[in-house]
Design a protein around this ligand. Structure first.
Ligand code: GLC
Ligand code: CA
Length: 551
């Protein structure tokens, strides 16, 4: 077997920063680029190779920057273009690349294209957006609903037509059918690539190609043509890391995006493992009890489907999702143990891992008690719908605390001091009160911290080819508490076992995993040898390296 060639982003770990909540340098309560620069040494110590920066572009912040009014300007609250250039240079000096968030399914309604487009049906930029005549009764052209609640069409009275917005009414969808629009986007991408960025995370990329008249709003027939065109016109011949967000991606579909001969993206973010934990009808607002067998089966399916071609992204959390330890672990008594367990269970899978800010500290969901504490537009819109439907407010708050997007957006916890050291002013969203115990300062002083486990895992990925290229092999697939798998190359094997429960569990070790090796990482006493049976402590997890022919 020939050694597969390695791309730089296959051995790197990506760290996502939500700029508004990361570090505030000037006391206005909003995180900013100089704040990020001041924390680069912390990130270098963690060992990450890439920062995915959620949007920092000019924006009215209706959706915290996912509504862009100028793709080539930095929002003043985040800093200046000079700050951004300094971030690139300072990060590069530490071996870290910057990934920009490319939000091109829609713009802000304050983007100059949309401002012009809505002036008249004959406007220069009219066709950059999706307009339709009202239905016969004057209502919306179709009954399509927006992701944030309410109709996906809004009437623009001046010109008498409705425009499409799959998110808020202040995020009009772009019309990718228009070749001039596509060229403008590619040009803008090149402008950033020339500034030295390492690549793009592509917001809801599955939505850009649509055929609304046929009810198609995702994965339209021209989607892959557009992505291939984009690749040819911009990053195609570079080493850029490109990752597309797709809530509709299937393993088969992921091969179309990330297959070797497709010339599209490095990888996609898929959400099947996230949605596997949602209620069939009520989605994330009505969570279901945690089901490990279901979760493992989704992850395994992706591992097997992309075994020889394509590439996986690996993540538990992001700025739209609840905190990993609260969702998949135990954020009470076993917080530290389960946060480490989740890190170990995920990082040995085949793919590129993404760490969401604060995950490396085991940060938790936030227990809000009043609607006035929430900030997220999706949560606020959904609350209005629930209230209008007469549903009890307490139920809604419980759902939002379990799965709402603000959980990930409370400020990064740097210290035990006021406002967790995030700001000297008043933060735009409340700091989690548990920062007195859970913070970076404490983690760095403790060699057994969650941070230390992440640091170890990130370093191992750079050292061990079997962690990057090894064949995935699932074990104990029907076990309700334990996840077990191996990664295998001809000369080495990694065996990973993780107890996802608060119980002591005795497992029968599958024959393929038995034998002696060396302990790579764990959250308990080092395990080097696997016999027929093993007793696991609550949330215990570890990985053993077996070198073939070395006994
Ligand atoms: C993506 C982003 C989310 C945003 C939405 C609209 O899902 O991750 O934060 O609200 O797209 O841009
Ligand atoms: Ca600030």
């Amino acid at each position: 077997m020939t050694e597969p060639s390695t791309r730089w982003w296959q051995t790197a770990t990506v760290y996502q920063i939500y700029p508004r909540s990361f570090a505030d340098s000037n006391g206005d309560g909003i995180g900013d680029i100089p704040g990020i620069i001041s924390k680069l040494d912390y990130l270098a110590r963690l060992g990450i190779g890439v920062i995915w920066l959620s949007p920092v572009f000019a924006s009215p912040m209706d959706d915290n920057g996912y509504d862009i009014s100028d793709y080539q300007a930095i929002a003043p609250e985040f800093g200046t273009l000079a700050d951004f250039d300094r971030l690139i240079a300072e990060a590069r000096a530490r071996g870290i690349g910057i990934l920009l968030d490319l939000v091109v399914n829609h713009t802000s309604d304050e983007h100059r294209w949309f401002v012009d487009a809505r002036v008249s049906r004959a406007s220069r930029y009219r066709d950059y957006y999706v307009w339709r005549d009202p239905a016969a009764d004057g209502g919306p052209p179709t009954d399509l609903q927006s992701t944030f609640g309410g109709p996906a069409w809004t009437l623009d009275p001046a010109t008498g037509q409705y425009y499409l917005h799959q998110f808020s009414r202040r995020q009009p969808d772009l019309n990718w059918e228009n070749p001039e629009l596509r060229a403008a986007i590619y040009q803008m991408m090149n402008w950033w690539l020339d500034r030295g960025i390492a690549g793009f995370r592509m917001d809801v990329i599955n939505l850009i190609a649509k055929d609304v008249d046929r009810g198609i709003t995702a994965d339209g027939p021209k989607l892959h043509d557009y992505i291939q065109e984009m690749s040819r016109a911009s990053f195609g011949n570079s080493e850029a890391l490109t990752v597309g967000e797709s809530w509709t991606a299937t393993p088969e579909g992921a091969l179309l995006y990330s297959g070797r001969d497709r010339h599209e993206l490095s990888m996609v973010f898929q959400f099947e493992h996230v949605m596997a934990q949602w209620h069939e009808t009520w989605g994330k607002w009505q969570p279901k009890p945690f089901d490990l067998v279901r979760l493992k089966s989704v992850l395994s399916r992706w591992q097997y489907a992309l075994a020889d071609d394509g590439w996986n992204s690996l993540f538990w959390g992001n700025h739209d999702l609840p905190r990993a330890v609260s969702k998949y672990g135990d954020d009470g008594r076993y917080r530290v143990q389960s946060a480490k367990m989740l890190a170990i269970a995920l990082h040995f899978l085949k793919g590129t891992p993404y760490v969401y800010q604060g995950e490396e500290l085991g940060m938790t969901n936030v227990p809000f008690t009043a609607m006035s504490q929430f900030r997220d537009i999706e949560t606020l819109n959904m609350h209005r719908l629930h209230r209008d439907a007469g549903l009890p407010e307490a139920d809604f708050i419980a759902g939002a605390n379990a799965n709402g997007r603000d959980n990930a957006r409370t400020p990064m916890q740097w210290t035990a001091g006021p406002e967790a050291g995030f700001t000297t002013g008043t933060p735009w969203i409340e700091v989690n009160p548990n920062h007195v115990a859970i913070n970076a300062e404490a983690a760095l002083a403790d060699e057994n911290s969650v941070f230390a486990t992440y640091r170890k895992l990130i370093a191992l990925r750079r050292q061990l080819p079997v962690m990057v290229h090894g064949r995935y092999e699932a074990h104990l697939e029907d076990h309700q508490q334990v996840m077990a798998y191996s990664r295998v190359l001809p000369d080495a094997r990694i065996n990973v076992i993780a107890n996802f429960s608060a119980n002591t569990v005795t497992v029968t070790i599958p024959p393929a995993m038995r034998g002696a090796g060396t302990a790579l990482v764990g959250n308990g006493a080092p395990v080097t040898t696997l016999g027929e049976e093993l007793q696991l402590a609550p949330y215990q997890a570890f990985a053993v390296l077996v070198v073939m022919g070395a006994d």
